[in-house]
Design a protein around this ligand. Structure first.
Ligand code: ATP
Ligand code: MG
Length: 276
């Protein structure tokens, strides 16, 4: 007797998504185990953001399905797939004198635009989210006075408001310095472990995720490959994914994915190459 396999947090089954007449995701299949921390890699236009939007139901599939915790994610007109906290890549940052607290609160559903009034339960949720990312000290600071990294922390707090079980973070490390990247990756990792969250984090630099990441989900040419870092970031695996011979070169702790014969660098990333 074998036990039933646990339900994956996310499951794409022959998922195809088209944008501007192009199949950005072309019959992509993968399973993300619950509680896994996944680095989502791929060059510009590879479909990382499109995949996140498809998981959220914001992008319609032309074929195939996405399952979130076993349930088929239908196409939604707007936002809020239950159980998922989403940090979009394109972030509208309201600046000015608005406080950090109010910026986080702005992501609460059901508020009345223009009326900065929140009930006791709503206030407690905002306070808890700020506390979770160690941003209590930013609550009363005007956004205009915060650094990019401090604002990123508030954006992360926003994703936690509804006690999600899955986080989709689209390039949350962009524009951070290397030390802050590492610190942010660690914060997200520790938070996810403590709460048993599943995390998909897209990034162009996997070095800050060293030691935190369980899996890589690599997107190229409409295809996807998900697996342990050591298995995905290899010449045979990525050649198969690109559908052309590519070489994965490890040099000085960095990994380069180059076309065979010394052609263009298809992808480069800082990565120790032995991450588990
Ligand atoms: N709003 C949009 N309307 C139409 N096509 C889009 C839109 N956004 C992206 N696309 C197209 O979909 C494809 C995949 O884009 P996507 O944003 O998913 O890539 P990405 O992997 O997130 O890239 P990046 O690393 O630059 O963020 C690209 O060819 C892009 O031009
Ligand atoms: Mg993107």
């Amino acid at each position: 007797m074998s036990h039933a396999a646990p339900t994956p947090a996310l499951e794409a089954c022959r998922l195809s998504v088209m944008r501007q007449g192009r199949l950005v995701l072309d019959s992509v299949s993968f399973e993300v185990p619950a509680g896994s921390f996944v680095g989502v890699l791929g060059g510009n236009g590879a479909g990382k953001t499109t995949l996140f939007r498809a998981i959220l139901g914001l992008e319609a599939a032309v074929a195939g399905t996405v399952r979130v915790e076993g349930r088929v994610a239908g196409h939604r007109a707007r936002g809020a797939q239950a159980g998922i906290g989403y940090m979009p890549q394109m972030r509208r940052l309201v600046a000015g004198q608005l406080s950090g607290w109010h910026m986080v609160a702005a992501a609460l559903g059901g508020g009345v635009p223009g009326l900065p009034w929140y009930g006791r339960a709503a206030r407690a949720r905002v306070d808890a989210a700020l506390h979770a990312v160690d941003a209590g000290a930013l609550a009363h600071r005007p956004l205009a006075s915060l650094s990019g990294g401090e604002r990123q922390r508030l954006l992360l707090a926003q994703t936690l408001l509804d006690e999600p079980r899955i986080l989709l973070l689209d390039e949350p490390l962009a524009s951070l310095d290397p030390a802050r990247m590492r610190e942010t990756a660690r914060r997200i990792h520790d938070l996810a472990r403590a709460r048993g969250l599943t995390v998909l984090m897209s990034t162009h630099d996997i070095n800050p995720l060293h030691g935190f990441m369980d899996h890589v989900l690599y997107l190229a040419h409409g295809k996807a490959l998900l697996g342990p870092v050591d298995e995905v970031m290899t010449t045979p695996a990525l050649s198969a994914l690109y559908g052309a011979p590519v070489e994965v070169i490890h040099a000085r702790g960095r990994v380069f994915v180059v076309a065979e014969g010394g052609g263009d660098t298809l992808h480069s990333c800082d990565c120790a190459g032995h991450m588990a």
